[in-house]
Design a protein around this ligand. Structure first.
Ligand SMILES: Nc1nc2c(c(=O)[nH]1)N[C@@H](CNc1ccc(C(=O)N[C@@H](CCC(=O)N[C@@H](CCC(=O)N[C@@H](CCC(=O)O)C(=O)O)C(=O)O)C(=O)O)cc1)CN2
Ligand code: MET
Ligand SMILES: [Zn+2]
Length: 805
């Protein structure tokens, strides 16, 4: 760094959505993958989306524009490519072939693992780093984006995944010695980052953003030392841009003093999920007994004294570093006061007070979002259909950018040491911006749980009753719920919404699709069937559309992985189930076959985790309200003669607080919510649950505590780790380790399915092992599904023969 760092403009955002306001990138990707268009077409869509983004941000008055937040698939994958960390088995073709082979697999080669990005519903590709990985800079992407923006007359700040987060989130390459960790390669990786920073400096780039969200989770002394090494080394470089290290999704904790002691010029703090360093949470903000907006919505932050069972967050834990004022004195603090994780408008007064508290400590304050806006939809103006009372409380990405810009102006206009809330508070006189729900929840509070919803008979009793009743073979074969969502179904749903198709015609189509799925499963010989979920646009949105207290959007798409998106519902009020939701479809499916058909529900934690949630009451209370609604559905399904009911909880792990100290309390109420939803079922009713992307090995006790009779789980793409665990031997109930990865178009061979099943049979008795894919089949085609399920059934039949002999 040369003498004085350039001044950081007054406002910025850490990142912005990239799928396109109308999912242009999704369509371009899928068209390219299907061979309907070329890579050049895909690139030109990308270029157009980047241009629109920069022009939009600039037009909204944002001070500093990010670049590099665009990706054709994922930013961790981009970083692996940037560093040249492409495993040999993906090389050989063009660079784009290698890129998409890592993301999606290719002929004869499985994709890299994919997993959750912290506690979000975004999924990243897990890079593989081994002792022999050779790193080599490929700066094409960051450099070309800086140049592209320049052609539009705009300067940008390249955004990169930081070296520590990159290595901590990577996995050891297959064959690496057991004691090897990707972080062992830090020195080599830093060499590449140094080279990159020098190239960017030569290009005239003033600031670079290095994202280090991994620093908000618990870090060991060795890892903190890696942080120090990294930023002393990069900071000590002679010719480099100014360095902005961004943290998000929580407090930096012990990493803050370490980072602050390095020469980096700017530090980004998430002041929505975290708090102003050295202050009690909510300093300058309302430190009162009501939930703190923006805080309660995040896992583990919902706790309020005496309300939710989450201790330790209402007061700053003793162990958290409380840096003295001097710590940030020479630094620019990029203050994330506008949430990038929710869709609520920012309480301007409170945000300004937080900014003033930061300004007391920092050399210079920049107003920003708490994290990238990747996790929220583009623009509220694309939702004309929203109820005006709900809409008033909302801000999507573009509205949040405007809030950042406005706050920066207010901050500039507010003199130092202004009394908070006093006459100089510019918001005075304006209506208070609040996202508080119109009225607090009264009825569906935890105290009102009907007794019968809490306890079931012991597993052994239930297992005997179910065995008697269901009469299933050993190694029963089933699927996770969804069958392919055909274009015809999607078009019909769009036509129904547009009023071009009547409900009766739509229902006929759904019934026909159910019949098709049931007939296929019967023909292939599955043991426990599903109806295929053709009536659902999404496993969460569908329930939200049938429950009170939720609003849904028409176009509020948020990227989940690659080209796949969801429209997270907006949970704004008390949740109630006005009438049965799934019973008629389940009933119809069961009427078509003598085999049991699973009733299929989404669990309370997952419905909440994949929605934007009101933050005026504790998260736990919201989840319990949803649990009660699902509980009524369980009992109605049972009353309608459904004997196997699956309640999915794929987001159980995702909603878990990032810090260890908060996790047990969360798991306790999350499990309680699940049991509240399912424990109304009688002994003969077999309750299944399903989890995916869960790092299930880390939460086995909680999964056990769900007390489901059968748990189907993702294990194919995470290397069957769960079966390596000795702990699984203590798992008492039925388990279906997913034997193949449904996210890849690849059809698994009978042989590889048998290998996976044999691994399960080494640790579990045959009467408790289920045979199933690792997740729902909705993203696949019928051809792929038929081929895969045929092999699944042959593998099970073959092993059943083995078992008997
Ligand atoms: N909420 C949620 N989170 C999740 C999962 C999940 O299933 N749901 N699964 C895990 C992995 N994540 C996933 C996320 C999305 C999808 C997915 O398939 N999404 C679909 C959209 C699903 C949907 O909402 N479909 C709607 C709208 C479909 C559509 O595109 N309609 C067209 C019009 C119809 C046409 O001509 O095709 C349009 O709007 O333009 C429907 O079926 O009704 C997609 O991106 O393609 C899969 C997995 C973890 N997180
Ligand atoms: C992301 S978990 C998916 C579970 C759901 N029942 C399905 O099969 O699609
Ligand atoms: Zn799943």
């Amino acid at each position: 760094m040369t003498a004085r760092p350039p001044t950081f403009p007054a406002s910025t955002v850490l990142g912005y959505p990239r799928i396109g306001p109308h999912r242009e990138l999704k369509r371009a990707l899928e068209s390219y993958w299907d061979g309907r268009s070329t890579y050049q077409d895909l690139q030109s869509t990308g270029r157009r989306l980047r241009e629109e983004t920069w022009r939009r941000l600039d037009g909204l008055g944002l001070g500093a524009l990010p670049s590099g937040t665009f990706s054709l698939y994922d930013q961790m994958l981009d970083t692996a490519v940037l560093l040249g960390a492409v495993p040999d088995r993906y090389r050989g073709g063009t660079s784009e072939e290698a890129y998409f082979a890592m993301a999606r697999g290719a002929e004869g080669v499985a994709p890299l693992r994919m997993t959750k990005w912290f506690d979000t519903n975004y999924h990243y590709i897990v890079p593989e780093i081994g002792p022999d990985t050779s790193f080599r800079l490929d700066a094409t992407k960051p450099l070309s984006e800086v140049r592209e923006a320049r052609e539009l007359g705009l300067e940008t700040r390249p955004v990169l995944v930081g070296p520590v987060t990159f290595l901590l989130l990577s996995q050891a390459a297959p064959g690496a010695p057991a004691e090897f960790a990707p972080l062992d390669r830090l020195a080599d990786v830093l060499g590449v980052y140094e080279e990159l920073l020098q190239e960017l400096a030569a290009e005239g780039v003033e600031w670079v953003q290095l994202d280090e969200p991994a620093l908000v989770t618990d870090r060991t002394g060795v890892q903190l030392a890696a942080v120090r090494t990294t930023y002393e080394r990069l900071g000590g470089l002679a010719d480099r841009p100014a360095l902005f290290v961004a943290s998000y999704f929580g407090d930096l904790g012990d990493a803050l003093p370490v980072l602050a002691a390095t020469p980096v010029e700017a530090i980004g703090l998430d002041l929505v999920a975290g708090s102003v360093p050295g202050s009690v949470p909510g300093i300058g903000a309302a430190a009162d007994e009501t939930a703190l907006p923006g805080k309660a919505a995040l896992p583990g932050k919902a706790a309020l004294p005496g309300k939710a069972a989450l201790p330790g967050k209402a007061a700053l834990p003793e162990t958290t570093a409380r840096p003295g004022k001097a710590l940030l004195a020479g630094k620019t603090v990029v203050a994330g006061v506008v949430s990038g994780r929710d869709v609520w408008r920012t309480d301007q007064e409170r945000a300004l007070a937080t900014l003033l508290a930061v300004r007391e400590q920092a050399g210079h304050v920049v107003v920003s979002t708490s994290c990238s806006l990747l996790h929220v939809p583009y623009d509220l103006d694309l939702e004309p259909g929203l109820d005006p009372d709900v809409r008033r409380r909302l801000a999507f990405a573009d509205q949040k950018v405007a809030e950042v810009v406005e706050l920066a102006a207010l901050l500039a206009a507010t003199p130092n040491a202004a009394p908070v809330g006093g006459p100089t508070t510019p918001a005075a006189g304006q209506p208070a911006k609040t996202n508080a729900a119109p009225e607090p929840a009264k009825e569906h509070t935890p105290e009102h749980t009907p007794e019968h919803m809490l306890v079931r008979s012991p597993y052994a009793v239930r297992a005997a009753a179910q065995a008697e009743h269901l009469r299933l073979p050993p190694l029963p074969v089933t699927t996770i719920g969804s069958f392919p969502q055909t274009g015809e179904l999607r078009e019909a749903r769009a036509a129904l919404a547009a009023g071009e198709l009547d409900e009766a015609a739509y229902d006929d189509l759904v019934r026909a699709e159910i019949a098709r799925a049931v007939a296929l499963q019967e023909r292939l010989g599955l043991d426990v069937l599903v109806h295929g979920e053709p009536e659902r646009n999404d496993m969460v949105q569908y329930f939200a559309e049938h429950l009170d207290g939720f609003a849904v959007t028409g176009n509020g798409w948020v990227q989940s992985y690659g080209s796949r998106c969801t429209r997270p519902p907006i949970l704004y009020g008390d949740v109630r189930r006005p009438e049965p939701i799934t019973v008629r479809w389940a009933h119809h499916a069961q009427s078509l076959t003598d085999k049991p058909v699973k009733g299929m529900l989404t669990g309370p934690v997952t419905i909440v985790a994949w929605s934007f949630v009101r933050d005026d009451i504790p998260l736990r209370d919201v989840v319990f309200q949803v649990a009660d609604a699902i509980g009524y559905e369980v009992r109605d399904l049972e009353a309608a003669g459904v004997t196997v009911i699956q309640v999915d909880e794929p987001a159980l792990r995702e909603l878990m607080p990032l810090r260890r100290e908060d996790q047990d309390a969360y798991l306790e109420w999350a499990v309680a919510a699940y049991r509240r939803a399912t424990s109304g079922a009688g002994d003969r009713t077999q309750i299944h649950t399903h989890l995916c992307y869960s790092d299930a090995d880390q939460i086995l006790d909680a999964i056990d505590a769900l007390d489901a009779d059968v748990t189907t789980i993702e294990s194919a793409r995470s290397g069957a780790r769960i079966l390596d665990e000795e702990a699984i031997g203590d798992f008492e109930r039925g388990l279906g380790p997913g034997v193949y990865d449904i996210h890849s178009p690849r059809v698994p061979s009978t042989w590889e399915i048998e290998v996976a099943l044999k691994a399960a049979l080494r640790v579990l008795p045959a009467d408790r092992v289920w045979v199933n894919p690792d997740c729902g089949l909705k993203t696949r085609t019928y051809d792929q599904v038929e081929a895969a399920l045929t092999n699944l059934v042959s593998a099970a039949r073959h092993l059943r023969g083995d078992q008997r002999s």
